[in-house]
Ligand binder design. Sequence first.
Ligand code: ADP
Ligand code: MG
Length: 319
Amino acid sequence: MIGGLYYINNEHNISLGTIVEFIVYVNMLTFPVSAIGLTASMVQRAAASQKRLNEFLDIEPEVRDNNSATDVQLNGNVKFEHVTFTYPDTGIEALKDFNLQINKGEKVAITGRTGSGKSTIAQLLLRMYNVEKGQISMDDVAIDNIKLSTLRSQISYVPQDVFLFSDTVENNIRFGIPNAKKDAVIEAAQIAGVDKEIEGFANGYETLIGERGVTLSGGQKQRISIARALIKDPALIIFDDCLSAVDAKTEKEIMGRLNKYLTDKTAIIITHRVFSLLNFDRIIVLDDGKIVEQGTHAELMKIEGGFYSKLYSQQQGTD
Ligand code: ADP
Ligand code: MG
């Protein structure tokens, strides 16, 4: 307006062009100036988020490598000595003065009611938690003195709660060994008894799992998770109730093939289905964090009113 008045009154020698130029430049300046304000508020928000992220990143994991931790080649001897373990968040004492020795190559089944501490044994062997009392050792080396990466890379663990990634079937199976050959993937799937079903999918081993791909049944997920464990060549293999969603007949077939695969490996098999336990070197019955019965199938059947013999006759009945 002022420029206009100057122009009309012929003051200050202002031309129409100068006024237009001025308006265009002011317009060009507006956005960058308002952007400074916008950026400032974005920086504030990012700083707040980073602060929260740092809280996570700064947490020191409780389970860490000791300074003296070593790389050892494990053979598969496992020993629990007077292990007492309480879950820190609930205060539940899951294992009480627990003792167990498993020798290289032994196949041990662990059974017992829900909450008796079976999965805890697996968690502690993988050193997901530190034990407060007693000691766990592998080949007579305390697991606290074995590097975590070494320990975990030499144990195959099939967890009770299966976790699969939104990726192809093939990549899910070779998860532990990213450069595994296709043949190895197929072989693992065969032993786990899921190869036929995978071949039946539209894209075979390249089929995507999850939201954008196929939806798998509980049993299929479990068997893919088993295949993932089998593709490694571990010293120790732990199956945590991983055939619960598979029917009894398929379970028997898989167990038959596994027997061959497991010949020179130590295996701990946690299960609720007693009739599949017949071929084990030893069966352990847990209750309330303690071993209450232990022996072969025949030995346990002799214990009158024992947990195992009761469970066995119950399951024979429902069969
Ligand atoms: P099982 O596998 O025989 O069913 P678990 O070893 O999972 O038994 O559990 C033993 C006990 O420890 C249960 O009482 C259970 O509630 C408790 N527990 C298991 N996992 C956790 C955990 N992550 N945090 C706290 N308590 C747990
Ligand atoms: Mg369990």
